[in-house]
Design a protein around this ligand. Sequence first.
Ligand SMILES: [Zn+2]
Length: 416
Amino acid sequence: MSASTSASPAARKTMPSALTFDLHVKCSTTKARASTLHLPHGAVPLPIFMPVATQASLKGLTYDQLKQTGCMLCLNNTYHLGLKPGQAVLDEVGGSHKLQGWDRNILTDSGGFQMVSLLELATVTEEGVRFLSPHDGSPMLLTPEHSISLQNSIGSDIIMQLDDVIATTSPDHARIKEAMERSVRWLDRCIDAHKNPEKQNLFCIIQGGLDLDLRKKCCDEMVARDTPGIAIGGLSGGEAKDDFCKVVGTCTQLLPDHKPRYVMGVGYPEDLIVGVTLGADMFDCVWPTRTARFGNAVTPTGTLNLRHKSYAEDFAPVQDGCTCACCRPTNQGGLGITRAYIHHLASKETVGAHLLTIHNVHYLLSLMGSARQAILEDQFPAFLHKFFGDLYGDKSKSPQWVIDALRGVGVDLLSD
Ligand SMILES: [Zn+2]
């Protein structure tokens, strides 16, 4: 594959890093890890779920409310911030932390995925992603250099390379191979363009669709470039869950122990826990906050649609025992919100969505915290049995892909 890259990695200078990754323990059965990621705006316990604050705000939540969920690291979208307020304002104010009044960590995407997914007329060439401005229809070009420049102005603690993203379900193998090789070349351009490596951590993104050989080659090339962290990209695009697990498991097998691993676009509780089991540390998704706007509460026993009339007179908290600001009783400093109240609000008032957003983000953060604690105590297989038992009512009723993925790392959900 050396012909596909712009420079031999051996000839490149070592990239500085603005993070420290402390790997505390690996599960003695599965590939799960517990670690702490020290970033410029504080320590982040891993594994972690990262909520997505699209327009530099998490839909409906103030930053105090986001802090109360325990969030130490959230996402901003480069594409949205680049359009508004725009790079000049970001430079003037001194970056996104100051703009938002958020003193914890931020991760930004490259902006490329937003364009390809949102804009019908986006086309990818070696130069970059061409698209028409959603404001005035004028032709625009997002290059690796421009993406990094925007992210340097945003000042995020973790920045992502621009990659060439293809749907995993694409039948065009040649195009998937081209996209993987181009992503490696674009990483080299991102590394050269990065102005703040001592303050901002650039993560590479492994591509290669569902082709495990392409994924392996991409891992080799990306790892050789020695970025502070590594992402596995291009998944959660409608592929079969078995394929998702194979790609994640194949990549984590080849990645160095001493770097954080981020699987992009994952947010369903069962996907997060299987991802952790396969050796991934970081995940993000808009789903938990988006689904809150449809009246859906994420809980250990599944997702409840509180718009359903069966909740009209259900005066239990959204989730029994939950310690989020929404569910916690008033005599413990919470709001003591009931399912019936959310049901009442859900169809009329946005405050219902705000309350469920608080709950859903808190739930996923605490779920990852519980997984981390179980890994630290070397009780993770028992945690898996309980988690899937609660979620599906009976762990033997777990979907086949979950049973197979866990069996592949030494946990049999069908045994006692
Ligand atoms: Zn709650």
